[in-house]
Design a protein around this ligand. Structure first.
Ligand SMILES: C[S@@+](CC[C@H](N)C(=O)[O-])C[C@H]1O[C@@H](n2cnc3c(N)ncnc32)[C@H](O)[C@@H]1O
Length: 568
């Protein structure tokens, strides 16, 4: 049975948060932070909607601290020994909500009243025997600290519901501590089968959480994440959230990741301290790989079973090159290994002729990646965004297409946050006209070239670079009821300005694809409420929501929500 290496005080040096040897944190202003976080989630980032004047969107955005400011605040608070308020929708925020849910209202009240401070009863390095109550949305277990400790949750990786285990605390949050797994004392044989684990680094590497589970169970766990997100963060009554459908699985469950980014720390101080082996071999201190679970320092990784065979074949050579040249790196480096079709010198013409499709590993961030999705061919710059599991892209785009056309016959498509044109181009044959928008000018150049590469004329499929909210002005001539809108924003989700314009535009169907179901649930709640306020005689309803598994063996879930415009 795999178990995480017991943490030592040394490990704490590389932990994400809280390097204090013993936690005696308190909230700034006693209960102020939990009180704020307890407010309906939307109120944390958005003022009340009732009676909002025009221009509410801009005023809302101006109330959000920038990421830089939030990080600075967090650093200052931590330096004072004060636990900083988690950023909304961050991992810490989600764990805070889940810990409270697990403890129940009475216990939370007692914990708050007991000390008037949210102080962890579990000092750093406390070892405990615990029983898992539930899984968190980050793929780690939730357990309640046993008596005589006051109500408090412990979040631990690699333990499963019903299992009894030992863990050692390494950091603190609101109403929860995070702990390393020491050992599973009583496994849950209905869920766990350690013979399923295919990776020798499992439980050391932070990449995968679920290799000991059947794939069916992984999909069930991911469905629960979607259910919880909509219950907790959409602000919608149960009656407005349809039953979350089963998660759609990935055709490949290993060997699917077309991009990996192993990294290593700045070698300069390590060379100074330890020197280099005389035989030119790999120094013991050099770790080229992925982050050790719960830390920001890499462990050495020689192969990754969730990455494609092409990337795994290339990895040893790339690692050797790093070793050979280690004294030349002035800083730490994040390597890029990205799978591409064809040879690096293959021209678009050769593509068109369907040259033999060998697969290669591209390591240059400015290199060109070639990828096929169904009948469509895509090219994009290696350092740019593209979905990292090619095997699931036909099922995903087909699902979105079928959901858009369920009980509707749209003729026009808008792809907001379009990247290199994945949805716009794959779905273009089903529409008369398609428009896409994307912040990255480089990605837009790729999207335009991809449209041309696939024989889609510019008057039918066109793209523009810019903020997603700008798209609505450019499609004023689209028939609103016959227009479908795809939204696929980054993890932070969409924004109030975009949502305001979406609601005013009033297209017939919205397909919201998201790599962060928590911000998606927030945004979908906003769209539904805003539409009920602003639209006359019409409103959006959520007709379906389900997870898609783009990253098997990990806790990550992509979520697809379908909204339709109906009579109010
Ligand atoms: C999750 S990716 C989706 C890309 C594309 N739909 C795909 O599947 O390949 C999100 C994209 O949104 C873009 N983006 C981020 N903020 C944006 C904004 N405010 N307006 C438009 N695009 C934005 C990013 O550059 C990124 O390409």
């Amino acid at each position: 049975m795999p178990s995480s290496r017991p943490s030592t005080p040394d490990d704490a040096e590389t932990r994400h948060v809280d390097k204090k040897p013993r936690l005696e944190v308190e909230l700034e202003g006693a209960n102020a932070a939990p009180a704020q976080l307890d407010a309906p989630v939307e109120a944390m980032v958005l003022p009340p909607e009732e009676g909002e004047a025009d221009g509410w969107a801009e005023s809302l955005d101006s109330k959000r601290p920038s990421k830089k400011a939030a990080r600075k605040m967090a650093r200052r608070a931590m330096a004072k020994g004060v636990l900083s308020m988690p950023e909304p929708y961050s991992t810490e925020h989600i764990l805070f909500l889940e810990a409270k849910e697990l403890l129940g209202a009475e216990a939370v009240k007692a914990a708050e009243e007991g000390t008037a401070r949210c102080v962890s009863p579990l000092p750093q390095y406390t070892e405990l025997e615990l029983t898992v109550s539930a899984m968190s949305s980050i793929g780690e277990s939730l357990a309640v600290a046993p008596a005589p400790y006051p109500p408090w949750v412990v979040v631990t990786p690699f333990a499963l519901p019903g299992e009894v285990f030992r863990a050692k605390v390494y950091s603190q949050g609101f109403f929860y501590s995070r702990a390393d797994l020491i050992e599973i004392i009583t496994p849950n044989p209905e869920l766990r089968d350690d013979s399923r684990v295919k990776c020798k680094y499992f439980t050391q590497c932070g990449g995968c959480q679920y290799q000991m589970l059947s794939y069916e169970t992984q999909l069930d766990f991911k469905r629960n994440v979607v259910v919880k997100a909509y219950k907790t963060l959409s602000g919608l009554p149960d009656s407005e959230v349809p039953e979350v459908q089963p998660t759609i699985g990935s055709p490949l469950q290993y060997g699917y990741r077309t991009k990996i980014t192993p990294h290593f720390a700045n070698p300069k101080p390590l060379i100074k301290k330890h020197g280099l082996p005389a035989d030119g071999g790999k120094p013991d201190w050099l770790r080229i790989g992925f982050n050790k679970i719960g830390t920001r320092s890499a462990i050495d990784i020689e192969d990754c079973p969730i990455a494609t065979p092409v990337l795994n074949e290339a990895l040893p050579r790339i690692r050797e090159d790093v070793v050979k040249n280690i004294s030349t790196y002035p800083n730490g480096v994040s390597l890029l290994l990205r799978e591409s079709l064809g040879s690096e010198s293959a021209s678009s013409k050769q593509w068109a002729e369907r040259m033999e499709e060998t697969k290669i590993c591209v390591t240059d961030h400015n290199g060109t990646i070639r990828e096929r999705v169904g009948d469509m061919l895509f090219e994009y710059t290696a350092g740019n965004f593209f979905q990292n599991n090619n095997s699931v892209l036909v099922p995903l785009t087909s699902y979105v297409r079928d959901a858009i056309f369920a009980e509707a016959a749209p003729t026009h498509l808008v792809d907001a946050y379009c990247g290199s044109g994945l949805f716009a181009i794959v779905l273009a044959p089903h529409f008369a006209r398609v428009r896409g928008i994307e912040l990255s000018a480089d990605a837009i150049r790729a999207a335009e070239a991809n449209a041309a590469r696939n024989g889609l004329p510019a008057d039918k499929v066109a793209f523009m670079a810019g903020d997603a909210a700008r798209i609505f002005d450019t499609v004023a001539d689209f028939p609103r009821a016959e227009t479908a809108l795809i939204i696929d924003p980054p993890r932070k989700g969409s924004d109030a300005k975009f949502i305001d314009q979406l609601v005013r535009f009033a297209c017939g169907t919205v397909a919201y694809v998201s790599c962060n179901v928590h911000t998606q649930a927030r945004d979908v709640g906003m769209i539904l409420r805003r539409s009920a306020q602003v639209m006359q005689g019409k409103k959006y309803v959520l007709t379906s929501v389900r997870g898609f598994d783009l990253f098997p063996q990990t806790a990550h879930v992509e979520s697809v929500a379908i909204l339709k415009l109906v009579d109010a």
